[in-house]
Design a protein around this ligand. Sequence first.
Ligand SMILES: Cc1cc2nc3c(=O)[nH]c(=O)nc-3n(C[C@H](O)[C@H](O)[C@H](O)COP(=O)(O)OP(=O)(O)OC[C@H]3O[C@@H](n4cnc5c(N)ncnc54)[C@H](O)[C@@H]3O)c2cc1C
Length: 468
Amino acid sequence: MHPLSRRKAMQTVGLAALAPALGAVAAPHAMAAVPVPGALPRGVAWHNWSGCSGGQAASLQTPADVAAVQQLLRSSSGPVRCVGAGHSFSALVPTEGSIVSLDRLAGLIGHDKVAATATFHAGTRLAQLSRQLDQVGLALRNLPDIDAQSFAGAISTATHGTGANLPALHDDVQSLQWVRPNGELLECSKTRQADMFAALKVSLGSLGILTQATSTVLPAYNLKRKVWLKPVEELLQMTPELARQHRHFEFYYLPFTGYAAAITHDLHAGSDVLRPDSADEEMLRDLRHLRDWLGRFPDLRRWVAQKLIDPAQTELAQDRSWKLLSTQRPTKFNESECHVPRELGVDCVREVIRTLELRNDVFFPMEFRFVKGDDAWLSPFYQQDSCSIAVHAAAGEAYDYLVSDIAPVFRKFNGRPHWGKLHGHTAADLPALYPRWKDFLQVRAELDPTGRMLNPHLRSLFGIPARA
Ligand SMILES: Cc1cc2nc3c(=O)[nH]c(=O)nc-3n(C[C@H](O)[C@H](O)[C@H](O)COP(=O)(O)OP(=O)(O)OC[C@H]3O[C@@H](n4cnc5c(N)ncnc54)[C@H](O)[C@@H]3O)c2cc1C
């Protein structure tokens, strides 16, 4: 290990790229489905992106068209779980039955500039979708901070970006085509089977297999990004106003520094591109080194960090929306995220920071974002404008505290968990947080009476006993 250099720490801790500071994306196929030699010749071992969830499935199915998806569900009766890019942290995918990937059902199908809609296969990765939309002069309204996810996987867990007036991805979906667990091909939209549509948009892969989506899109647009550092308490005072002023506002708190990196993105009329080199990985490495060397001396750690940080530095970038909003995350991590009512966000994040800093081993930046409310029954943003607070631990390090220590804080502030991230909520807590919870369970029971689309994680969330 080389000593923490002042120059490098200033260059990194002091730089913008903190937004992009978390984790790693993804080869196009983050899912690792590897044939298991030996006892189970047809089995496949599977694990998610971070490696915290996995298991052995009987088979991996990769249907090439919708008819094959129907056939797959018609010709079998065993458990089935869909996988997108395997970027969820919670145990949504593992099954003893078949894992189904729609990687072969990917790509833009068509678009309508007058209606401002695009239709695409549900297995399309967000990165591919953004590129294909760009080629025809269109773009998604918002994006999460990586774009490795499949569209179906992303909406199934209510994946979101940031923006006080911008909802999660699923809220822009106008219609969905899906194959229900018995193999029947169905479609629903805001006007056709509206209740089913509200249940299906965020359904954790429990209602069938999504095959196609039509979503609202915008004419392709450029953004400008600004990143700057501020003492966290000063930034918290300004947070509601910054969220009102900017199309996208978020910040990352840097544990044991007292500083946060604020990030705004706003529409940019010009087409000039400005892309400074990213120093994300160096920043993470330096925060980790600071923890490794001074972790037992939190006051000294904070003092050193504050000496190294140069709050005068800002970073500016300009580019296509999708190139700035989503980034690469080479350093893997585990994560928990909760969405709290908007007005409680700042108080909640203060308590999360206090709780995190009771542990000297924490070094990963913590993220704070804004998401507009929507109407999907299992959306954590259901009828609630929210603030999203995410805590991370580097892969390979302890991460149980993300739930054991932080979940009680999220609960205190009525947080609803991100379905794709680690959380401690159970069948006992969820009905009180989701007004349409029972309605969703009823739809699920009607569509899938034998529970073949469930796995142990979902059975436990939905309060459904394990299979005999
Ligand atoms: C580095 C990193 C950064 C992230 N950043 C963000 C972020 O900025 N914002 C955010 O909200 N989340 C973020 N996430 C979480 C991630 O967006 C969600 O967990 C998302 O669900 C992952 O999509 P996926 O395609 O990998 O789906 P998977 O994790 O493979 O599956 C997710 C769910 O979708 C279901 N599913 C997949 N395909 C289908 C289908 N065709 N039909 C029916 N169900 C299906 C699965 O069964 C499962 O229940 C991040 C995760 C990582 C690892």
